[in-house]
Design a binder for this molecule. Sequence first.
Ligand SMILES: O=C(CO)[C@@H](O)[C@H](O)COP(=O)(O)O
Ligand SMILES: [Fe+2]
Length: 217
Amino acid sequence: MSRKLIAPSFLAADFANIQQEVEMLNSSEADYIHIDIMDGVFVPNISFGFPVCQAIHQHAKKPMDFHLMIEHADPYLEDCIKAGAEIITVHEEACRHLHRTVTEIRRLGAKAGVVINPHRPVSALEEILPYVDLVLLMSVNPGFGGQKFIETTFDKVRKLKKMVDQANPEIIIEIDGGVNDKNAGELFNAGADMLVAGSFVFKSDDPRQTISNLKKA
Ligand SMILES: O=C(CO)[C@@H](O)[C@H](O)COP(=O)(O)O
Ligand SMILES: [Fe+2]
């Protein structure tokens, strides 16, 4: 059974009004606040750093889910924890010693997640599954909000769901990129537990209602 969690991506929020945006999320049915950290090296974009994360954390009453799109995650894991991370996800291709990194995330007290890009097979995750709490499937190429959902993600979710059910059914399956009211229901049905939605939530007329609608998808 899908857990049906929604994590609005703060990347699409109005940064001139951080406090109001976080308070909107606090009063919504959002389960997590998704935080996209980009380094301009692993992905062709730079988002924001820890002072901004601290500002979000200062007002947040929801747990924070950190998605690190960076080449060198290890030196920044403690900064993530200090900025409120309850989940930290790292890209499998970006981490030379992935097992070391996810083990360190757990040692620091957060849930450890591994992220896989659209072109990579879920079979690449087989050996790391016993060491993670969450798998994030990218449904767009990482680096930007507002991109089009890649349709082959549905099959990938089904494949991953089978693997996770065998390895550890507690593992959360998270999907990130281009999520909207047209694909959310099928993603949950395919086995996704948690959907990230940036533009679809923050650019809608009523973000709180949009979050509620996605949860019911
Ligand atoms: O990690 C990323 C992009 O790299 C995402 O978290 C996006 O921020 C999601 O935004 P939308 O595709 O929902 O607009
Ligand atoms: Fe993300």
